[in-house]
Design a protein around this ligand. Sequence first.
Ligand code: SF4
Length: 229
Amino acid sequence: MARTVAGLVPFTSIDFPGYLAAVIFFQGCPLRCPFCHNPNLQSVTESLQTWQEAFDFLKTRQKRLDGVVLSGGEPLMQPDVQNMLQQLKDLGFKTAIHTSGVYPDRLREILPFLDWVGLDIKGPWDKYDILSGRKKMVEKVQESLKILIGSDVDFECRTTCDPNHLTPADTLQIAQDLKKMGVQTYALQKYNTFPEDKSPPSVMEIESFFTSESLSPIQKLYPKLIVRK
Ligand code: SF4
């Protein structure tokens, strides 16, 4: 499979904690999350940009950026993701990926080429089939999580708080389950509505995840809980 680059964001200060970075988005994702805000990246069509174009641009940013994030879609669908990370390392960049965690074997292989991982946790384990749009993904995500916990690579687990599919009680359940497994860094991300969303939640519903009542039990588990609003 060719590298299916969908686009590049030249600058971000929030997608790779602690670093100024660019983000390369890839097409292709095996999941069908009902709240996906990038549905145009789920299927592989014609690449909108080549890897070489993205790479050539990054060469011009070596002195201005600290790192590069591979995101999607699901960047671990790229069979030669390891080579891409090596190329970025050769330019002197720190490297990160955003992943749904459904390719644990590939994650294990590329850990030596990574400085940070953002692992999406879609919902409580017993709702994963619905929230990922695919069956039997829980075991794969849990395996990825165990791999990260047992590694030296810095990572966070994060959940997007879509009120049409999750409740604040669900996020507390996720936080408890992750804590039991040994997760240290957890982030709650605000759901942003998007044009294709035919029944977007209200502002009040979105904000319900971020009241002190909803946050405080999670903050007890994670004193450094990250809240991205
Ligand atoms: S994992 Fe991400 S890109 Fe894939 S369907 Fe879910 S939200 Fe969309």
